[in-house]
Design a protein around this ligand. Structure first.
Ligand code: CAA
Length: 392
């Protein structure tokens, strides 16, 4: 039985900061960000957008198309969780009107957890082939202002369903994976910004990649030539390029671009989406590449701390009919650019912690917004965007 990704939908905030604006404010040569880091813009969530609203907004187009019928489990992957106890997925479950008969749980391992969710989902579907699992990876990448990580912030969510006989991609059983207890990137419970040993993190990313690839290649008997494209975890697009150059030593710039270029387009403009990043890359590839039917794609997932996994999938014939490419491209082109002052104001907005009643100002969001906090309880609401679509 083929099991894999049936549908995929990407969402990022309606606001972005151009990295040229950041470079000017920080007195940095813009080419360091545009060329050296490989990022053009970063998605910035306004105060009334969080991992819950982004997740629900990513999944909403699937709900509208009836693609969530049959979902029995919702796995929510995030590094930027909003509660120490309650799974963020429960808010999403309510916003999407999913049935009561649904398992909902949150998974954490930095940027890796959506891949753990994918593996778990495959097991669940193997046991009950008529059921579906909805996985949503949603994250806000946030580092200290003026730190080296600042230019690698971003935000976004990807919702994807796992089913038998998937329309988009069958996932292969083989995988290579690797774990090590390292402090390359982490976020203590009392901080809202990640701490990172930046250079070290890039080295561990590569070390985990090499170990995962070696194991995958031994288990599957495949070599790099067996793949038409590769998708990497994308903290910044240059990292994905460097990763592939480590596996395919001496590869030309043209060949490198041919195998990873399409997967980097959305991330270049949305920034790091942590647990969603690999799947933002996969969405970007499927939306932009010429027909990939029957072709094998290599995927590398990495979460600091750290866990890495190399796995693969085969694109299914007819997959293009199921893509939401136009929705994704419209989302990115319709975003509002922030001034540097607006970016810093949003950065400092903060979440009130006094248990009072706080209603948040309304910015542009997708179909859902984080309306405020009342007595430590998060309040979410639907927006006119959804109402008008529903009316129409
Ligand atoms: N024109 C062109 N290129 C330029 C340039 C210019 N004017 N100025 C600098 N560059 C190049 C540099 O040569 C360098 O390229 P190489 O890596 O090929 O040498 C590149 O731009 C970056 O410059 P620096 O190395 O000097 O940058 P930095 O030290 O200030 O910051 C960073 C880089 C450490 C990655 C930092 O952005 C960071 O800490 N980011 C957050 C951590 C991160 O994303 N880690 C990735 C691996 S961990 C992971 O993947 C999990 C996750 O999601 C966080």
């Amino acid at each position: 039985m083929n099991i894999g990704i049936d549908q995929i939908s990407f969402y990022t905030s309606q606001y972005f900061l151009d990295l040229r604006t950041l470079a000017e404010a920080r007195g940095v040569d813009p080419d360091k960000y545009i060329v050296g880091i490989g990022q053009s813009k970063m998605g910035i969530p306004p105060p009334d957008e969080d991992v819950v609203t982004m997740a629900a907004s990513a999944a909403f187009p699937l709900k509208e198309k009836g693609d969530l019928d049959g979902v029995e489990t919702l796995l929510f992957a995030t590094e930027s969780g909003i509660d120490q106890s309650k799974a963020a997925g429960l808010f999403v479950h309510n916003l999407l009107g999913l049935p009561e008969r649904c398992r909902v749980v949150e998974l954490k391992q930095a940027c890796y957890s959506a891949t753990a969710a994918l593996r778990m989902a495959m097991g669940l579907v193997a046991m009950r082939p008529k059921s579906k699992v909805l996985i949503i990876a949603s994250d806000i990448a946030r580092y200290e202002l003026e730190s080296p990580g600042e230019s690698t912030q971003g935000c976004g969510a990807v919702a994807f369903t796992i089913s038998a006989n998937p329309r988009l991609m069958k996932i292969d059983p083989e995988a290579g994976f690797y774990a090590d207890d390292v402090m390359d990137f982490w976020r203590p419970n009392y901080l809202s910004e990640a701490l990172v040993d930046g250079k070290f993190s890039t080295l561990v990313y590569i070390k985990a990649l090499k170990a995962s690839w070696k194991q995958y290649a031994e288990e599957s008997g495949r070599s790099l030539e067996d793949f038409s494209r590769f998708c990497y975890h994308i903290p910044f697009t240059r990292m994905a390029a460097k990763a592939h150059q480590k596996l395919a030593r001496g590869i030309s710039k043209e060949d490198l671009d041919a195998v990873i270029g399409e997967s980097l387009l959305y991330s270049r403009d949305a920034g790091n989406c942590y647990s969603a990043s690999l799947y933002v890359g996969l969405t970007s590839l499927l939306d932009h590449a010429e027909d990939l039917s029957g072709q094998r794609i290599g995927l590398y997932s990495y979460g600091s701390g750290c866990v890495g996994e190399f796995f693969s999938g085969v694109v299914q014939s007819g997959y293009r009919d199921a893509l939401l490419a136009e929705t994704h491209q419209k989302l990115l082109t319709d975003r509002t650019e922030l001034t540097f002052q607006q970016y810093e104001d949003i950065y400092h907005y903060g979440i009130p912690t006094d248990g009072g009643t706080h209603d948040f100002p309304q910015y542009r969001t997708g179909p859902f917004r984080f309306a405020g906090i009342h007595e430590h309880k998060r309040i979410y609401e639907t927006t006119a965007a959804q109402n008008s679509r529903a009316d129409g």
